[in-house]
Ligand binder design. Structure first.
Ligand code: SF4
Length: 375
């Protein structure tokens, strides 16, 4: 494919990890002479970086992919690529190919570093699929990206997750937890500092605080980078409460560059539901950590995620969650109705609730949060 003045669009769905990976793909395409645009009609390449965490996201993505069929009729050279979590699900790539035969390239979550070279090969006579079972050590995109705010840089420090929360598809599509070599993280970190643009550096991972690499656990890693010279702040996403221990709380307290904004997903305020979710902590254990964090850093701003209408959740269970939220008084919470994901343990549980109930509970919780916030 001739690169001169070719334009590309990247459509990103889902979490910050995807946003970061899309940023890296954009950087590589730009280095190859492609130009970024937001206009689908003038694009020569459209990349869908997908998410499968919720059913609604998948439906939206499929609708958007469907729309490119018309664009392809107008622009015979248009290359359509689909990458990311949605394609990595068992059988999903083949099913996408069947539904949308106009897709040129489908890659999974472990080989997006190959995307740019495959795009350069141009349009395919039939859909090319490459899904790897696991990540290989050297397949990272070795470039750094700055967020659209022009101030925040993201560094992946872990990939994958093996917590197997019963509702979550991520361990099936992102693979087992891998901590990046410490030296690679430091090289990327130093490059960002040298570029001098980023004011914030955010460490990313599906389970970021489970990092273990080259003798560094996550609290030690935070302390190490906090000591680097320069004017910047540090943050991290996403944390699991079971790996959020005293050492980490002390590091957050001691490290002046670590922002006192902590996101710690609770998911339910009811022990019965937490157990079914396989979250491996109780409400009381979670609260003990939050209280310790607030004692260590009185100015801390704490946010969380809550899933409403998990299978078997009764009105009494949900009332427990509401009560927990009243007690903990988060600064903010992201509330989601439970979304069934095929292949997960929760999907096979009896006691699935109607969408109406899940939505009503989510609305009720959001209302409570608004009232608490006003108060
Ligand atoms: S910690 Fe649980 S919810 Fe988070 S990515 Fe891993 S399995 Fe999914």
């Amino acid at each position: 494919m001739e690169n001169a003045q070719k334009k590309f669009v990247i459509k990103t769905y889902g979490c910050q990890m995807n946003v970061n990976e899309s940023g890296k793909i954009a950087e590589l395409l730009t280095r190859e002479g492609f130009e970024r645009t937001n206009d689908d009609k003038s694009a020569d390449i459209i990349v869908f970086n997908t998410c499968c965490v919720r059913d609604t996201a998948e439906k939206k993505i499929e609708a958007h992919i469907g729309n490119t069929k018309i664009l392809k009729k107008q622009n015979k050279g248009l290359v359509v690529a689909v990458i990311g979590c949605m394609t990595q699900k068992n059988g999903a790539a083949e099913s996408l190919k069947k539904k949308f035969p106009h897709i040129d390239i489908i890659l999974g979550t472990h080989n997006i570093d190959k995307l740019v070279s495959y795009i350069k090969e141009g349009r395919r006579p039939k859909t090319f699929i490459e899904i790897l079972a696991e990540r290989k050590g050297s397949d990272e995109i070795l470039t750094t990206t700055i967020d659209q705010d022009g101030q925040t840089a993201y560094i992946n420090i872990t990939y994958g997750c093996e917590n197997f929360c019963s509702y979550c598809i991520v361990p099936f599509v992102r693979g087992k937890l891998i901590s990046r070599p410490f030296a690679d993280i430091e090289r990327e970190f130093d490059e960002i500092l040298r570029a001098g643009v980023a004011k914030r550096i955010v460490f990313l991972g599906q389970n970021v605080n489970a990092y273990e690499g080259s003798g560094y656990d996550f609290p030690k890693l935070l302390r190490y980078f906090n000591d680097k010279e320069g004017e910047f702040s540090l943050n991290f996403l996403s944390s699991h409460p079971k790996d959020f221990g005293d050492e980490l709380i002390s590091a957050i307290k001691d490290c002046e560059k670590v922002e006192k904004n902590i996101h710690l997903p609770l998911q339910s305020g009811c022990d019965k539901i937490l157990k079914l979710m396989n979250r491996r902590y109780t409400v009381s254990e979670y609260e003990t950590k939050i209280n310790a964090l607030r004692v260590a850093c009185p100015e801390v701003h704490i946010t969380t995620d809550i899933i409403c209408g998990f299978p078997t959740e009764t009105e009494v269970d949900f009332a427990e969650t509401l009560e927990t939220m009243r007690r903990i008084k988060f600064n903010a919470a992201f509330v989601f109705p439970y979304s069934r994901r095929s292949g997960t343990v929760a999907d096979k549980l009896d006691g699935q609730l109607p969408l109406k109930v899940k939505r009503e509970r989510a609305t009720k919780l959001i209302k409570l949060l608004q009232d608490l916030s006003k108060a």
